[in-house]
Design a protein around this ligand. Structure first.
Ligand SMILES: [Zn+2]
Length: 270
């Protein structure tokens, strides 16, 4: 299967999309470069492609949006081979140091990160070229999920906060209420362009984030309403999101529609 790697640019920000399989936007991931600053590191099994891209110029610092293997997975190599300073969100530092469980599909699609000790990202950082990046903690997709805001330019690097305005699938460990609160906070920030790690550049970024917020709030309401009428998770999933897809089977339902429904209900709902 062809590798989906390719590069692109927008307003001086360079992007490299990389991934082993062409299975849709979630299976590939984008490394962004802003002068000597890199945001996210790509999947471990794509290191040769990422390294070639990053060796084109000096890398001084790397800001990782969250610990997941397709985002922080090459942090150790960037630190050791390219001698860059790698920053993780503070709550992701121990996960990079101690490791975290990966399912078989994650190891196959993205590979296994090497453990290392990153620096904790401060609240704000000058990164050269007149740019300042502010960390905006936005948990829900993961506890350490953090966006980076360039206030002057109105850029928001969103990691996995956005991806799509209408998600149908959730990881088993995503938190819906936290995600909605994070979107609510982020949508009030001053920005226009979203640099999403999977979707790419979203020029009407504020509107896109607002659309996702509205969609998740009304979907959560509908799911809770149906559940209060005695409908099961399976029935609600089929009614509101349709049948599970191949992705759900490949991931043994770790990434599935039913997880999105469960994330809206009390912990032990069936
Ligand atoms: Zn993620």
């Amino acid at each position: 299967m062809a590798s989906p790697s390719h590069r692109f640019g927008h307003e001086g920000v360079e992007g490299l999309r990389t991934g082993r399989y062409n299975l849709g936007i979630s299976s590939s991931c984008i490394v962004y470069r802003l002068g000597a600053t890199v945001i996210d590191t790509g999947p471990p099994n794509q290191w040769p492609v990422v390294r070639r891209f990053l060796r084109e110029r000096n890398v001084e610092q790397v800001l990782v949006t969250h610990h997941h293997e397709d985002h922080g997975g090459n942090g150790a190599r960037l630190q050791r081979e390219l001698e860059a300073t790698v920053f993780f969100p503070p709550s992701g530092v121990t996960l990079a140091r101690d490791g975290f469980p990966l399912r078989a599909y994650q190891r196959v699609i993205w590979g296994t990160p090497k453990r290392f000790v990153p620096q904790a990202m401060p609240d704000e950082m000058s990164v050269g070229g007149g740019f300042r990046l502010r960390a905006v903690h936005a948990p829900g997709h993961s506890p350490d999920m953090t966006c980076y805001l360039e206030v002057e330019r109105g850029w928001l690097f969103t990691g996995d906060l956005y991806i799509t305005s209408k998600p149908l699938f959730f990881r088993a460990d995503e938190n819906m209420d936290e995600q909605i609160e994070s979107l609510r906070r982020v949508v009030d920030l001053e920005f226009e362009t979203v640099f999403c790690a999977h979707r790419g550049v979203v020029t009407e970024g504020q509107r896109a984030i607002r659309a996702k917020l509205d969609y998740l709030i009304s979907l959560r309401d509908e799911i809770r309403h149906l559940h209060s009428e005695g409908r099961s998770v399976a029935e609600i999933t089929k009614t509101l999101l349709g049948r599970e897809k191949l992705t759900s089977l490949i991931t043994l339902y770790h990434f599935s529609k039913r997880n999105l429904v469960r994330a809206c209900l009390p912990v032990h709902a069936t």
